[in-house]
Design a binder for this molecule. Structure first.
Ligand SMILES: *Cc1c(COP(=O)(O)O)cnc(C)c1O
Length: 370
């Protein structure tokens, strides 16, 4: 045949997710941990992986890992599910709680994967845009929920890419106001130290999402998990690919999770570097930096406040700043064309040396790059 039928209609015009990765000396675009798993743990991982049977299917539910995570959180195994990265679990949530005739509540600007999954699963999206400081428009969210028809909501805390936490009192009110599944995406929990996991006992409609990709330095391995009620986990198990979490990833994640205390010092260093970077960026002319509880900072290029006011708008100035940084070996993420993020770049917190390189290049841009 010299042609092929069109794919499913919801794919028309859909752009595949593009992390906009490019090779660079200083990688500050993907919120990864700048430090890889240390040599001691790598040794332990290699021994575990060396003892695996590659010819046998893995435990489909990764029960050993589930048990470790459940115990650490005071939950039962049935309240934990692991996935091939948090992203797979987000897709499973859309499969299980979305679908034709169903609606997801979204709080943009936020992680673009939620809306993409909704589209793939023919789920309608009810957007309640965030306020200018990127906090949730709490009254508008509660009003929308009161109208009914919301099947699931996703609230990111800290929000990506804006860095701010969702208020605990607001989340409690939301969980009480609706029987919709409320997903609290805590991909950056280890940096914020703030979690809704303690509310699981009170709310059967709560689902907390976590990942090994950020604090635990395993973005390359693909491992995420949810904490939820047993009935929520049961529904997710129905839609998941049985062997999506391979034996190698399970073994690596077991070692890392059992040794998670070894990551605390690195997380503390990243948090203190974040505050140093926040102070340094805040001093640069023509830029606004937003407070963050995660391992990244959102910076707005404010064309009007630039030393030599740029004739073009914020988005274009942000594009030039991105290019300037990239030309100096520093890769950051350009969000300047995302609605409500005009003029914004997101910079991940790296090692002190990487952060110094970013600060020096951005200072140079602020003073000489117009
Ligand atoms: C990174 C991230 C995830 C999950 O990433 P995985 O690498 O798929 O585990 C989920 N939500 C947000 C907001 C993230 O930034």
């Amino acid at each position: 045949m010299d042609r092929v039928r069109p794919s499913a209609p919801q794919l028309a015009g859909l752009e595949p997710y593009d992390p906009k990765y490019l090779p660079a000396r200083t990688l500050l675009s993907a919120n990864e941990n700048p430090l890889d798993v240390d040599a001691r743990l790598r040794g332990e991982i290699m021994r575990e992986v060396g003892a695996l049977s590659f010819n046998r299917y893995p435990d489909p539910l990764a029960n050993d890992l589930r048990d470790l995570i459940a115990q650490a959180n005071g939950l039962a195994r049935e309240q934990v599910l692991v996935g091939n990265g948090g992203d797979e679990l987000l897709f499973n949530l859309a499969l299980a709680w979305g679908g034709p005739g169903r609606t997801m509540l979204n709080l943009p600007p936020t992680f673009s994967v939620y809306a993409a999954n909704a589209r793939l699963t023919n789920t309608a999206v009810a957007d309640v845009p965030r306020l200018p400081d990127f906090s949730a428009d709490e009254d508008a969210v509660l009003a929308r929920v009161a109208q009914g028809g919301i099947d699931y909501a996703v609230v990111t805390s800290p929000n990506n890419p804006t860095g701010n936490l969702a208020g605990e009192a607001f989340l409690e009110r939301l969980l009480d106001a609706t029987d919709a599944l409320v997903v609290v995406d805590e991909a950056y929990f280890e940096f914020s130290g703030v979690t809704m996991a303690g509310a699981l006992a009170r709310h059967r409609n709560l689902c907390v999402l976590r990942t090994f990709s950020k604090a635990y330095s395993l973005a390359g391995v693909r491992m995420g998990y949810v904490l939820a009620s047993a009935e929520v986990v049961r529904e997710l198990v129905k839609v998941r690919q049985p062997y999506s979490v391979d034996a190698v990833s399970q073994a690596i994640a077991r070692v890392v999770y059992a040794n998670r205390a070894a990551f605390e010092a690195g997380v503390a260093r990243i948090v203190s570097e974040r505050e140093r970077l926040f102070g340094g960026l805040g001093k640069l002319p023509g830029m606004t930096v937003f407070p963050s509880a995660a391992n990244y900072l959102l910076v707005r290029m404010d064309a009007a406040a630039a030393p030599a006011p740029a004739p073009a708008g914020d988005a274009e100035r942000a594009g030039r700043a991105w290019q300037w940084l990239y030309g100096r070996g520093v890769l950051v993420r350009d969000f300047s064309r995302t609605p409500l993020l005009e003029g914004c770049l997101r910079v991940s917190v790296g090692t002190p040396e990487e952060n110094d390189a970013l600060l020096a290049a951005l200072r140079d841009f602020a003073l000489n790059g117009e």
